[in-house]
Structures are given as C-alpha cells and as structure tokens.
Design a protein. Structure first.
Length: 573
C-alpha cells in the first residue's frame, strides 16, 4: 500500500535562524529541533545530554514507599524472594536487573519465567503453586501481574506478600498486591510510559535512596533497561530517553560478556546504536522465550562463567534461526489465507487462525501482515484447547480499548495501545472476529487507515554542503546526537524534490540503488531504498523524483560516504 506523505508545519524563519545561530548548526537541524519543542540553547543542551539528574523522584510513584519498605524488610530478614517475569525482553531484562542488584545488596533471589506453552502469559497458577512449595514469602512480578487477581489471592492466603512492577494498562480494580504502575488510577507520577524493566529500575532507585547508598552500581545495570525500552517499542521521550541513552552508553563502554558473545555470533561490532540493539540483541533474547525458555535468557545475561555464556549464546542464536524460519513460513501461510478470503476487502481488521502455527511467532507475523495489509491484525493459534494469539495495531486506534469492547468473547487479554495478547474459546472465534471488526469500524468512523510517512522538513542537497562527502561527518555527528531514536523521537525524515535520476540498479533482487542530483547542487549523491525494488517500473534514467529519506553513513571497502536512505519516492509533479 502506498504511503501518505505528511509534511510537518514549518517553523517561522526568524525562529530557525535564531536557533541555528545559537547552536552553530545548519538551518535544517534547527528546524528539526523546533519541531521537537526545543526552542533555545538550554533546552537543546538538555536534549542532547540527557542526565540522571533529570530523572523523577521514584517516591512520586504511587505505593513506592510501601514497596521499598517491604523489599528492605526482605533484605534485612534474608527472606525467600521470587522474581517472576514475563518471557519477553522486557520481562527477562527486568528479572536479570532485579536479581543482579538485589544480590549486590546482599539478597539472593530465585527467579521464575513461565513456560509460554504450558502456562501462557502473565502470573500463572502453576507459578504461584511453585512459589508456595518453595516457601517464598515475597513475590515480585516484573512486566506482568496487573491482572492477576485470582493468583495473588491464592498467594496471600498462603502467606506470600506480592509487589507488582508492571506498565500494562490496568483494570479499574487492582489485584491484592503492592502495585507499582504509573498508569494505575490516582498515580501522579509525572511520566507514564516506562517499560516494565524501567518500573523495576525505579523500585531499585527508591531502595538505593532509602538505604542511602551510592547509585553508581545501580547505573551499571542500565544496559538492561535500555534493551527493554528499545525492544518493547515504548516512546523515547522523558525518562525513557534518559534511561535508554545512559544504558546505551553503559553497554558500549562496558558490555557484559553475554552481549559480547552474541555480537560475535552475529558478526556485529561495538559501538551499538539502539537500532542495533533492537535488531541484533532483542530478537535473540525474545527467541529464547518463543522457542525454548525465557529462563535461558536470564541465566545467560546473569552468568559470569564464560563457558556457560558461550554455550547459552549458541543455543539462543540457534533459537533465533529457528524462530526466523517459523515466522517466515507462518507469514506465507497467513497471506495465503488472506488472499483466499473473498470478504477481506469489506473487512476493517485482519483476523487469521491456524491450529498448527507456532505460538512463539504469532506476534511477529501480525506485525509482518500489517506491512502488507495496513489494518489492525490478530494472529491466532491453538494451545491446550484454547485459541491464543497476538494483536497489533496503529494510530489513531487503541488496541486495548478495541479488545475491551469485545471482552465478552475473550477469556483473557492485556497489553498496550499498539500490541496485545489474548485468549478465547474456539467456539467464540467467529463471534469475536465479527465483534472486533465492528469495533474497528466504529472507532474509525469516516477515517481511512493508510500508512504515513511524517516528514520533518524539506531539504535541498546544497544544504548538505558543496561537497557532501567531505561534510558528512559533521552532518552525521549532529544527526546522531538525536539518538536514541524511536517512537516520539523518530529519526529525522527529509523531503527532497525534483531529484534527477543519473543511474539506478536493483541489489539482491529487493533493494533499489540510485544516483541522484538536484539542479542547485551539481553534486551527485548515492541513495538506497531497502525493499523498494517494486518501484522499479516507475523509474528511468532522466526522470525526476521526489524522495522521502533519512541520512546515514555507508561504509564500503574501508571508505565511508554519506548515503540517503529512501523511505519512499514518487514521480515529481
């Protein structure tokens, strides 16, 4: 589906000139900063240099006093504490973080990651019974637990106190536990979009402050928080951006042996950007929970034994290879199912089901289907007699609210605005599919869903300097300072009009490579469009095109040059 280009409203020229002069940066950089609400030098310094001093007081979070007090009591009494985390990156990093830091504070904890296939998502009855058998007196749930009402009641009856560190949307009624969740009712914590691991970090930050300990050892674990923020696709503003920036710096300055082992297998070198983390480390950690056990990922991140680290890294890397093959095959089958659906064009949502699909890849497949058919998507399989699956969505829709409106057909659901999990009885499939489709239709009203490319500003090649290849290091240095980039702080996207095609070719059957020039520049610039080979029919040498693009470096045969990464293109008017 062709994307709709949205050019953001331009700032006033005097504002651009003033900020450009104050920061000694090109006008187009000043424009990008203004679009992000940065209007003066002081704000720019804060943006480009996120510091821990800008983090909020953890005790502003509702129930933080009670949670810190109970955890402090557990340390002083050397209680049996169980860390219970979800099997994805956010959950496993949170468990590794808490385990690592509580050990430093003198408390050895057991950790528990539920089996995706036997127990499913969240706090399971099996997990609670395990805690009871082990004589646990304090249960801390990480990236899960906000809906575990029955399970916590069982734990309380057995004499187990519970602390919930979660960031998922809560119900109107909270479970019988000490709940840390910035989204819970009557919580005045200033920042609501923390990852699950980041909520755990705030608990530890509160504990360190209560114990009057230097937080430097705590900050050494921020690499785990950065990984969770990138993998869980939470917004990269406010505290998330600060924690992520400091975590990336920690990862690159002092990478833990587990990450080095995976990077070697992936032939990836330091330093890493957040994109590298999301596409190299995160999929492999997720693969452990998808294919085998998330427990393996926690053991790997926490291990100090190099032999064990190397062995677990090999196993996790193999899990990822298996995962990749499974999700590719499932995507092919799901697309075939869509193609065979004669009513698909009249429907507002994609809901597909096959009992043979692997439970561990349905979320990935849902995301892939959105790339092809831009609409809310649910991919379901069968497990232990019920249908279970993952849902993905896009703005302006809110996935949690859509599922909430269909909850009479569901056994369980939970998640965020753009991603969720759900289970239902097989006999509810058709009723749920119709209800979900109607919910999407009602939420959209007259709006039309179409992919969008939001463009920050128009840019002429001449603004990159008379010789972009010589000036690119300065340009990239400035643009790299916008990192970490993600939702809410996306990589800057530019528009260049009337670019003359001097040459083009197809790479590896999928990618589009072009050489472009603009009349006012007289300097040819290399550009690449990943997976845009399908646009070849619209191109010819001598044609003029408009391009939406990002700026990056391209290194080939030890020579690094500036390269435009095309997001989309169209014939110039």
């Amino acid at each position: 589906m062709k994307a709709n280009w949205l050019l953001r409203p331009a700032s006033l020229p005097p504002q651009i000139s003033a900020l450009s002069s104050a920061l000694q940066v090109p006008n187009f950089v000043a424009e990008i900063l203004l679009l992000r609400g940065i209007q003066n030098r002081a704000q720019a310094v804060d943006f480009f240099n996120p510091t821990a001093q800008a983090l909020h007081n953890p005790f502003l979070m509702k129930n933080m006093d009670a949670a810190v007090g109970r955890l402090q009591q557990a340390i002083s009494r050397q209680e049996n504490v169980l860390l219970y985390g979800d099997y994805d990156v956010d959950g496993t990093t949170a468990v590794a973080l808490m385990s690592e830091q509580l050990q430093r504070l003198g408390l050895q904890c057991e950790h528990y990651i539920p089996d995706r296939y036997r127990e499913g998502y969240g706090v399971s009855k099996i997990g609670i019974e395990h805690a009871i058998r082990q004589g646990i007196t304090l249960l801390i749930t990480l990236d899960c637990g906000i809906k575990a009402h029955d399970q916590f009641e069982r734990a309380n009856v057995a004499g187990i106190d519970c602390i919930v560190c979660d960031h998922h949307q809560p119900d109107s009624t909270l479970p019988a536990a000490i709940v840390l969740n910035p989204k819970q009712p009557n919580c005045t914590y200033p920042y609501k979009e923390l990852s699950g691991c980041a909520v755990a970090y705030k608990l530890l930050q509160g504990l360190y402050q209560q114990l009057e300990k230097d937080e430097a050892p705590l900050e050494e674990s921020l690499d785990l928080v950065a990984l969770s923020i990138g993998a869980d696709i939470v917004e990269l503003l406010g505290e998330n951006r600060i924690l992520c920036a400091k975590g990336l710096a920690q990862l690159n300055a002092c990478p833990r042996p587990a990450f080095l082992a995976i990077l070697e297998l992936a032939t990836k070198q330091l330093p890493l950007t957040l994109r590298d983390v999301v596409f190299t480390l995160a999929p492999r950690i997720n693969a452990a929970g998808r294919i085998a056990s998330g427990q393996r990922a926690v053991d790997w991140m926490r291990s100090s034994d190099q032999h064990e680290i190397d062995q677990l890294a090999l196993e996790i890397n193999t899990d990822n290879t298996t995962r990749r093959a499974l999700d590719q095959q499932t995507t092919v089958e799901a697309l075939a199912q869509i193609a065979a659906n004669t009513l698909f064009e009249q429907q507002y949502a994609t809901v597909v089901f096959d009992p043979t699909w692997h439970k561990g890849v349905v979320g990935i497949v849902a995301s892939r289907l959105i790339e092809t058919h831009y609409r809310p998507t649910i991919v379901l399989t069968e497990s232990n007699g019920v249908l279970t699956g993952s849902a993905r969505c896009m703005a302006p829709l809110h996935l949690y609210e859509l599922l909430e409106s269909c909850q009479e057909h569901l056994l369980q659901f939970g998640g965020h605005q753009f991603a969720a999990g759900l289970t239902l009885m097989p006999e509810q499939f058709y009723a749920f599919r119709n209800a979900f489709d109607n919910a999407v239709a009602n939420a959209l009203g007259q709006q039309k869903l179409e992919p969008k490319i939001t463009i920050d500003t128009q840019l002429k090649f001449s603004e990159l300097g008379s010789n972009p290849s010589l000036h690119f290091k300065r340009i990239l240095q400035i643009l790299n300072a916008f990192e970490p980039c993600g939702p809410g702080n996306l990589h800057p996207v530019f528009l260049a009009k009337r670019c003359l095609i001097l040459d083009y070719r197809i790479l590896k059957g999928s990618h589009l490579k072009l050489k472009l020039i603009q009349e006012d520049s007289q300097v040819a610039i290399e550009a690449i469009g990943f997976n845009l080979a399908t646009l070849e029919a619209e191109l010819a040498v001598g044609f003029f095109v408009d391009i939406a693009f990002q700026i990056s470096a391209n290194t080939y045969q030890n020579r690094t040059t500036l390269q435009l990464v095309i997001q989309d293109l169209c014939t110039s008017a």
